[in-house]
Design a protein around this ligand. Structure first.
Ligand SMILES: Cc1cc2nc3c(=O)[nH]c(=O)nc-3n(C[C@H](O)[C@H](O)[C@H](O)COP(=O)(O)OP(=O)(O)OC[C@H]3O[C@@H](n4cnc5c(N)ncnc54)[C@H](O)[C@@H]3O)c2cc1C
Length: 390
């Protein structure tokens, strides 16, 4: 069997490419259902894009690579598509757009678009050997039958390694390596931190707004203590910038300057202790947890310098995680097919005409908040329209 375009992976990027690559397109996936990560994303409501999408919210060895695709197929283009399909949506926070109803609406929208474009989708299909002799040869197994498909164009859209339970594999990296495309070492991103000593167990379930910084930008969002360590959006965001073994800095009160507050309280309520004043600004369980390290004297008996130092310590809490929860729970995979090997306008491999890589398989990773889907849409569109335009 011969097709013009064969897309490996019926996830976010693969379906988007299928909607644009032209009629003679086949999408194959080993999963029983297409777009499974879309379906479970955003707590079942899919945070499908972010209104504030700009290139510097993406991590890559080449920070310029994503600019072309993101500017040619923007968040506004995807929002227009969602609107055209009558899918109601709302902004939850920080520009994050979610479906009012269900993430399944986004999957259905992409399937409708792909079908309209004439693409076929084969699910429950195992992908075997990939060869190239001017044309791509891919061995598929479907319903117990082996089928050899040849294609003029091959799009790698099998994503990263996150959540193997959902069918994630390293296929894209293996095929890339077979064609001598370099791969930036993959690692889990948007992932909770673990501490082997389980030091935060007594705080499990406690949440507060915090500013968390690893290397890179700081993120002011919720922080959640867990049995095994730290989670919550602020932590997930910082994890993507965390070099293993490094300390992170946690500002436990980004909105209120605790040193100033303590010094002011010393004037007006000097008979109070640190815990009663700080409990107004931090969760009581956290105050209890930290209090054994604090002086027990009344505020009036503590020098201003000590109060200021304590405030600083709470704004610059240094913690060194042991590790992360890994691919088991990571929302994304950092690294991937090196962008240096790809044309940023078309996503085509510079050295292998007709071979394309899109979505999470590529070394472009977005922040939490709809950015990763936007990359899947933009890169999928770039590859699809490049093929259709030839
Ligand atoms: C729990 C969770 C929630 C998320 N929520 C959001 C969110 O709200 N907003 C957001 O922007 N991002 C979110 N993400 C990230 C987002 O889902 C991904 O970045 C995005 O799906 C990547 O698209 P993709 O098409 O590159 O890969 P995927 O969507 O992962 O698709 C890859 C496809 O390839 C198939 N495949 C893989 N290996 C093989 C193989 N060997 N043979 C055959 N088929 C194969 C898979 O079955 C899958 O269908 C979330 C991720 C997770 C895990």
């Amino acid at each position: 069997m011969h097709v013009h375009t064969l897309i490996l992976g019926a996830g976010a990027a693969g379906l988007m490419a299928a909607a644009h690559a032209g009629p003679d397109t086949l999408v194959v996936d080993h999963a029983r259902a297409p777009g499974e990560k879309i379906r479970i994303s955003g707590g079942g409501r899919c945070n499908f894009t972010n209104m504030h999408t700009i290139p510097d919210r993406f991590i890559s060895q080449n920070p310029h690579f994503a600019k072309s695709a993101l500017s040619r197929y923007t968040q506004w283009d995807f929002i227009a598509l969602v609107d055209a399909h009558g899918i109601a949506h709302h902004e939850k926070t920080l520009g994050q757009l979610f479906c009012d109803g269900s993430a399944k609406q986004i999957v259905q929208m992409l399937l409708t678009e792909a079908e309209r474009a004439g693409a076929k989708i084969w699910l429950d299909t195992a992908i075997g050997a990939v060869r190239h002799d001017g044309m791509f040869h891919v061995t598929l197994t479907r319903g117990g039958r082996q089928i050899d498909v040849t294609a003029d164009n091959l799009i790698l859209a099998t994503g990263g390694k996150s959540i193997p339970k959902m069918g994630a594999t390293d296929l894209a990296y293996r095929v890339a390596a077979q064609f001598d495309l370099p791969v930036v070492t993959p690692r889990p991103g948007l992932v909770p931190f673990t501490f082997t000593d389980e030091r935060f167990k007594p705080l499990a379930g406690t949440a507060l707004p915090a500013r968390v910084t690893a290397q890179g930008p700081g993120f002011t969002e919720a922080l959640l203590f867990t049995h095994r360590g730290l989670s919550g959006p602020a932590i997930l965001q910082a994890s993507s910038y965390w070099p293993e073994g490094d300390a992170i800095t946690v500002d436990l009160s980004p909105a209120a300057p605790l040193g100033d507050i303590l010094i002011a309280a010393k004037q007006t309520e000097g008979r109070k202790g640190l815990t009663s004043v700080l409990s107004r600004h931090l969760p009581a369980r956290l105050v209890q947890y930290l209090a054994p390290d604090w002086p027990t004297a009344n505020l009036a008996d503590l020098p201003d310098a000590a109060l200021r130092d304590l405030g600083t310590a709470l704004h610059q809490w240094q913690l060194t995680p042991t590790g992360t929860e890994g691919y088991r729970t990571a929302e994304v995979t950092l690294g991937g097919i090196d962008t240096a090997a790809l044309n940023s306008r078309t996503m085509e491999a510079k050295t292998v005409p007709g071979l394309f890589a899109i979505g999470e398989a590529v070394d472009v990773t977005g922040w939490l908040g709809g950015y990763n889907f936007q990359w899947a849409w933009s890169s999928g569109w770039a590859a699809g329209t490049a093929i259709a335009g030839r």
